[in-house]
Design a protein around this ligand. Structure first.
Ligand code: ATP
Length: 403
């Protein structure tokens, strides 16, 4: 097994780290990549205002999740859990014991690579792990790498040193990024979910007013609340909802913001969902108390209203986007249908739903509702009463989908 070890302060992790991690996984053919935030780096002080370790850990988790390789990329709290300075030699030793027989590779950028011989126990590090070095900026020349590689190989016989070129290099450091964040900039250098985590927790001197976020910041916050594999669907729903709003004359901004936030609580556990419903006074029926899938629309609506200051229209659209109900507003119908047929959806019959969504919104809604009812029946699951009421209401009002 080939294991990459990517250590750093990750204060915060940025797109440069992401590009390097992605390239190293590919270039080395790693089976596992361990992202390891340092507790106290030996070579530099953690600057004032550094977020608590749990925040650096959470941001590193989002960096790992961003790679969309859950079997490969993983965050280790090994160094954060260990008292004192985070010496790489100790980490490599521990991993060598934890994964006997594995081929370990330390990943590092230019700055780290050029000082490696000054670290504690370089001979041990190079005995137990190979080194994979990469440039951080366009100017990091081959010659610099070549002379350090030659020096290490001569000084530590048996050392394995390889250099790789990062695809899509991003010339940024966390130090520079912290300066940018403190003056309300820098979002472009961050993976959105990491940026969202920073904004939602007011890290690095950001003072975002969560109730008045612009679209990129709203997206970042929403994405920071979910697993990254869901982001494609959220983005697809946002875009579909805006297209449908244009088609049916609904408010495009409301459609966009509802699309962005509609699934933001999708990954909360049942207990957390129930806790939010209680906190915000959402009454639940017997089925909702045990069906976690029915709760995220209600708690997502609460987040939209109470955390992000969204208006009633957005709240209601998110609230009804899973079950639907009788007599829905155009925006409610739009979010329900967009969620069902956005471009990433692939189920049988989705093309018919897509056609109807732009020719007759009510028919599209009825088709969505009836598809859900059928699916629940096929799986022997109870259908929520609001979904049945939506179906009955549409039929009573002459909506049909035959032919
Ligand atoms: P700081 O500015 O606080 O020193 P940093 O941006 O160098 O932070 P670290 O967390 O110290 O980030 O870096 C972890 C590892 O990532 C190091 O090996 C570093 O060389 C590498 N690295 C940092 N920035 C980049 C980048 N833009 N591109 C490629 N590698 C990078």
């Amino acid at each position: 097994m080939k294991i990459g070890i990517f250590g750093g302060t990750f204060n915060p992790p940025h797109l440069g780290h992401l590009a390097a991690a992605r390239t190293a996984i590919e270039a080395l053919g790693l089976d596992k990549l361990l992202i390891i935030p340092a507790a106290v780096p030996p070579h530099k002080e953690l600057p004032e205002g550094t977020p608590a370790p749990e925040h650096r850990l959470a941001m590193a988790e989002k960096l790992a999740d961003a790679l969309l390789l859950p079997e490969v990329a993983e965050v280790s709290s090994l160094e954060l859990d260990r008292a004192g300075k985070s010496y790489t030699a100790d980490t490599v030793r521990a991993l060598h014991e934890q994964y006997p027989g594995a081929e370990l590779w330390l990943l590092m950028g230019t700055d780290m690579f050029l000082t490696l011989h000054q670290w504690r126990e370089p001979e041990k590090i190079l005995e137990l792990a190979g080194v994979c070095a990469f440039g951080r900026a366009e100017g990091d020349s081959e010659e610099v790498f070549a002379s350090q590689k030659a020096y290490l190989e001569k000084t530590y016989p048996g050392a394995r040193v390889t250099t790789i070129a990062v695809l899509g290099l991003v010339d940024i450091s966390s130090t520079r990024l912290r300066e940018l964040l403190a003056r309300g900039e820098g979002g472009d250098y961050l993976y959105p979910a990491v940026y969202g985590h920073i904004l939602m927790n007011g890290l690095y001197g950001t003072h975002a007013d969560l109730k008045h976020l612009d679209i990129p910041e709203l997206r970042a916050c929403s994405y920071s609340m979910v697993m990254q594999k869901r982001v494609r669907h959220i983005r697809g729903t946002e875009e579909e909802a805006v297209r449908l709003a244009k088609r049916w004359g609904a408010d495009e901004t409301h459609a966009r913001r509802a699309g962005i936030l509609h699934d933001c609580t999708k990954y909360l556990e049942l207990e957390e969902q129930l806790g939010l419903c209680e906190k915000y006074g959402v009454e639940l029926d017997e089925l909702e108390h045990r069906a976690v899938k029915l709760l995220h629309s209600k708690t997502g609506a609460c987040m939209a209203r109470y955390l992000f200051g969204e208006p009633d229209e957005v709240y209601e659209a998110i609230f009804w986007h899973t079950t639907a109900k009788a007599d829905m507003t155009t925006l409610e119908k739009i979010l329900y249908v967009a969620d069902y047929m956005e471009p990433n959806r692939t189920f049988e019959g989705v093309e018919r739903l897509r056609e109807l969504a732009y020719s007759d919104l009510d028919k599209a809604l009825l088709l969505g509702v009836e598809t859900t009812i059928q699916e629940m029946k096929d799986r022997n699951l109870p259908v929520h009463k609001n979904t049945l009421q939506a179906q009955a209401w549409l039929r009573e009002h002459g909506v049909t989908i035959e032919g």
